[in-house]
Design a protein. Sequence first.
Lengths: 297, 544, 343
Amino acid sequence: MPRPNLYYEERTPSPLERVWLEFNRNPLARAALYIIIFILILCIFGPWLTPYGPNEQILDAISLPPAWSDDGNIRFLLGTDELGRDMVTRIIYGARYTFGYPFLVVLASAAIGISLGAIAAMTVGVKSSTLKHLLDVLMSIPSLLLALIIIAITGPGLSNALLAIGLVLIPQFLHVTRNAIHDERQKPYVTASRLNGVSDMYLLSMVFFPNIVKVLVIQLTIGLSIAILDIAALGFLRLGAQSPTPEWGSMLAQSLEVAYITPWVMALPGIALFLTLVSVNLVGETLRIAIQKQLER
Amino acid sequence: MNRLIKGISAGLAILGISACSPGPETEQSLNGLLYCAEGNPESFNPQLVTSGTTLDMTSAQLYDRLLEFDAESQAFLGALATSWEISNDGLRYRFQLRENVQFHTTPWFQPTRFMNADDIVFSFERWLKSEHPFHHVSGRGYPFFRASGLTQLIQSVTAINDHEVEIKIRQQDSSFLANLASDFAIVLSAEYGEQLLASGTAELIDTQPIGTGPFQFSQFRKDVMVRYIRHSGYWREPSASAQLVFRIAQSDHKRMLMLLTQDCDISPYPPARDIQWLRDKPEITLQDTISPNTAFWAFNTERPPFDDPLVRQALAHAVNRNAILNTVYFDHAVRADSILPNTSWAHHGTPSAYRYDPERARELLAEAGYPNGFSMQIWALPVQRAYNPNARLMAERIQADLNAIGVQAGIVSYEWSTFRRRLADGEHDSVLIGWSADHADPDNFFRPLLSCAAKRSGNNRAQWCDPMFDELLSAAISSNDQDVRKAYYEQAQDHLAREVPLLPIAHSVRFQAARQNIQGLELEPFGGIQLRNVSRQQPAVEEQ
Amino acid sequence: MRIYVLRQLVLLIITLFLLTIFAFCLSYWFPGDPVTNSSGIFSDDTMRYADAASSRGFDGNILVQYWHYLAHLFRGDWGISLLDSDPVFEQLQLRFGATLEIAVLAMLIALVPGVALGVLSALNFRKPIDHTILSMSLSGYSIPVFWFAQIAILLVAVRWGMLPIAGQINPLFNIEAVTGSILLDIFINQPENMGLAFRSAIRHITLPVLVLSVMPMMLLIRLTRSSMLDVLDKNYITSAYAKGLSTRRVISSHAIPNAMQNVIRELGSLLSLLITNTMIIEVIFSWPGIGSWLIRSIYERDYPVIQGGLLLIAALILCVHVALNLIHAWRYPQVRKDLHATS
């Protein structure tokens, strides 16, 4: 419904609206957002959408190509693997392992990392600067290597891999939060609040937090991208999810055996993983651009 | 900065040019053979091992035996022995040795004499007598000789003169010559042994080997390759290739790809799923042979609940082996109804004992006191063998079958040498493994696998020791009459069908793939692979 | 500058020290016996086990043990592999060269097109070229390297039969491993058919290095682009144009050198990525480097190897970081002041 526009007025859209506008401007970014929502739906409702069980071996349908090829069968839209397991089913279940669990893990380590980061930022002095150096060192070591060490201690397995990735991500959130609060604390609005005599808790939750949430959201998408890639890489190296778990990385590892005869078994989990990663990265990128524009105003 | 960029781009250009420059495949003109092996050798002395991987890489290449079994004529042929006589009571064997047989001359050992009777005595007594200076070296034991009963059977090995050796055995044994012709009974150099003892480095005898074989050891890089070079003084025709390199690639698909990209010339045990596909490739030749082998699923009978025969029978009935033949072997195998392959004269199948019957399996489990099942581990062989092209896939199939009778199974696998060590220690619940015949005697499928002696030597995957079964085996071996032996082996196989220490799964066809320009390659039904006559055909391009 | 260098070096030594403490602790955190975990000698080898325990100070308290651990570390006695009794330190030396070889080559190959495309993209800001390059880099950056490597193998090596896929060189060339880096080793060995050997080595190295260089290249494009965009907004660029310099001149001698400042600072994060991917690539291409060994030993629970490999990779990363910081400070004096000021 058009508003009568009698006077010239510049309506400033709210931050969320502006993010939406940015997504609207860029069709690719919008597509990426929809893909992520779609994958989230698959994660939650996957088991009700799939025609077969993830490890159900249909003996009369071994290594069938996707339905559109000549030898395909419409019962198996994307074909079956060498044990007669439906690829659609396995990919959908895999979304849970490769996207769903890392997503939850990232949320958890964000919660821990952000609160620790806030505490670190509020305490100034020696403790804080030692922490900064330690964090710098820790951040410089690749996440996959750290995860490998943790797995070396705990042994291979999906839950250990998730735990490892979670632990590895905590310092990153800690670092970002701490730096963000550090940058903000000299700004006039913070000083004003301080002069008002608010408590530390209030300062954190009502003054700092709304202003650093953008940075944290970006870090969240970065963390998610790292977590997905690392879980899949660990699965691929057979150190994460173990077969027959339909995690995309371990599906890829297993498909190598038949990649030259039945290429779709290798292509599908790879495409799924690639699409997910592109979408997460693209959404993160778009968020970053939107927020940068807000800062420039 | 600019200079740096220029430098880099120049480097890139060179890289690009040399990588893509056309011309004849000059690497192909190197005189050597690339063989893609499926794992690291555990040792360079086959006396110490039973793994086919190690045997293929050592026995026929580095060493010789007294005699060899020829599958075509079904007879024993002389190798280091030219002839032999057996005394009338069948207890004394006298071997005439070949003269002028040279040992390898290498940077670490220069032989001063030809092979003689001392070397035979030295080599045999190493595994026979515990007071032999090398008996405890390498500390692995001699699994084949213990399991096949040779250590008990042989009373003495004596040198009559330089070129005559006599072996006395305690009782008649119809499989004795077959065991001597197996890949394990190789001949080491006694002179090299003395040299090593003098320098206090006895363990080098198994890591820097000296033998009489067609190739001599040159270099071993773990996980990468083993390099042998031609032994120019070999007593037969010198080897056709100047170099023999075993590249180590654990995964079968990797070896397949390496064969296609010319990273290797010969690839043993191509995956069964690729056989059809390989046949259609003009640049690959595929050989096959009916090789007596059996893949089986052995239960650790010392661990509950597998100490209960009812549980073992239940598990045997739970597995759909026809489906395994289809998915794992792609029908390049037949279903096994006995541990002994159907090609053997003593074969006696008991299909009903191992038939697929999940109902019966559930009843048996309930009878044994596990109505709700239990959880267990399946250890899956990490490498591909002739008998089992893909144990992991097989394990996944069995996992699904077991799930149907309420048994939860986890799949375990380690690197091959770790896997074997842990197996020998009996750390497993059950294991998918198998056996390829070393020689044609049926005894080779019983005593090395399921006897009490095999259990002591860590080779009995079922950890199963049954005195009654052992008695049947010794009764069978002490006769030379095939009908009598056959009767005993039938009883033994019936006994196995009742006790089910292991579930026989399949006897498979053995395949071997090679590049089309490889000549002289033959695939023997028994034992390791023979590479001395194999070479790469030189490309017919004119050199400029 | 001197103070800055000193500060960085002290920091490096302290972190390396912390790293050794961490590696030392690992042998307690790993399951099993700490003596076996650090020396690689099983307890059933009674004599050597007792030797190892006493030489590593296991009769003393934890500080004594740590001291002995350091002593062994500096002596180059890093224990032996549980799997095959190879001395860990010697093996690591050989494998280190192999790892460094592909990592460095991939980095060099990534550098030129990465920077060039980034600059091109920035100069055509919001034009079709920019969008193309940007979406290419985003998708290139998102391809999981292990999947990409397999596709490359299937297409380039198997379908087209252009390149080999395993190892460093055709093993029929008898090249003794001295440094572990195959190109250097050929040079040291001087085999008779050296040209042929080089050709074989280069054919073997091409595919892993090219696959490995994709991700750093894509990241470099993005880094260069955003850093160029920042610089192009600066007043000195405007003034350079105002002076009447040609666009070419402005870009090559004013914009790019300044944009590189940020890029060099970010090279560290690129390095992390590169090392991670190198480990995976080594496994796929059977490259005998540290990464493939480390991953295999995790699978086989070969603790002395895990400890050693970890220590070496982490130390390498830390050293390179400090080196980058120093180069950065040396090339761009203006940042030194910032870094001096404590926050």
